[in-house]
Design a binder for this molecule. Structure first.
Ligand SMILES: Nc1ncnc2c1ncn2[C@@H]1O[C@H](COP(=O)(O)OP(=O)(O)OP(=O)(O)O)[C@@H](O)[C@H]1O
Ligand SMILES: [Mg+2]
Length: 249
């Protein structure tokens, strides 16, 4: 499977991961802009969603307390359905064109939330992920790590977990933000475990550091990696190289 993918995928695939409020969207967007400015053919997308169908699934998944009855496996299958559509419709075609694709969340979110958070066996998730992604894995994943309390506080949903009970249901929060703090702690630990398993792919950052500082380091790492693959992309400052020659793996 791996060999076959290598033959068809020339692009470079980057994901951002971390708990709520860790700065994924902020850093993904900054990286996207930095690469675009350098004339690199890049696309920014997110999960769950990224496609029309995925957006509808996202609504079912994230809507607040009225879907509180969703059981873990339903959640897993819905995320996976959205992911299959995303990979099929958007990610694979873009990678085949040789683009850099940046996604705000991907497979590790499922492992951390539905695995560590909800308690589904990681093996089960891995086998479903393999189908949902057609075997595709990010070349590079940035894990933004911070204490669950800080992340939730940043999302503006701090009030939701002030005690054991959920309060302020009227407020705009998604189904995951309604989870108690213990859930988010488990998710964080899940992410750290994944990083231990795959230290080459998953690059860990202390997300409490300033936005600009993190951004600079992330850009540096990405450019280093891209330069190593095809040096001319970066050296021709601002000049777009034909996408087919970008990043042969
Ligand atoms: N390094 C940082 N230091 C301080 N605040 C930050 C940092 N990065 C992001 N923020 C702020 O924290 C909030 C959440 O950031 P962001 O939306 O990027 O996180 P996220 O991981 O995408 O969250 P979610 O999981 O809810 O989508 C925003 O208000 C953002 O401006
Ligand atoms: Mg976000």
């Amino acid at each position: 499977m791996k060999k076959r993918l290598k033959n068809i995928v020339n692009g470079f695939f980057i994901s951002f991961e971390g708990i709520e409020g860790s700065g994924k969207s902020t850093q993904a967007k900054l990286l996207y802009e930095a690469l675009k400015k350098r004339g690199i053919h890049v696309m920014l997308t997110f999960e769950p969603g990224g496609t029309k169908i995925g957006e509808r699934i996202r609504e079912i998944l994230l809507v607040g307390p009225e879907h509180a009855g969703m059981v873990p496996l339903t959640e897993l299958f819905l995320f996976s359905a959205a992911r299959y559509q995303h990979v099929h419709e958007l990610i694979m075609p873009s990678l085949k064109k040789g683009m850099v694709v940046i996604t705000d969340r991907f497979i590790d979110s499922t492992m951390a939330y539905q695995g560590a958070g909800r308690g589904i066996a990681l093996k089960t998730i891995e086998s479903i992920n393999r189908i949902a992604t057609q075997g595709l894995k990010p070349h590079m994943t940035f894990l933004l790590d911070l204490p669950a309390e800080s992340g939730i506080e940043r999302t503006g949903q701090f009030f939701l977990w002030s005690g054991a009970e959920i309060v302020a249901r009227e407020q705009k929060a998604d189904r995951f933000e309604f989870e108690k703090i213990a859930f988010h702690r488990k998710v964080r630990q899940g992410y750290l475990y994944l990083r231990e398993r795959e230290p080459e792919r998953i690059i860990l950052f202390d997300a409490t550091r300033p936005v600009e500082e993190l951004h600079k380091e992330i850009v540096k790492i990405v450019l280093q990696r891209l330069t190593k693959r095809v040096p001319q992309i970066i050296s021709h400052n601002g000049v777009r190289t034909p996408s087919e020659t970008y990043y042969l793996t």
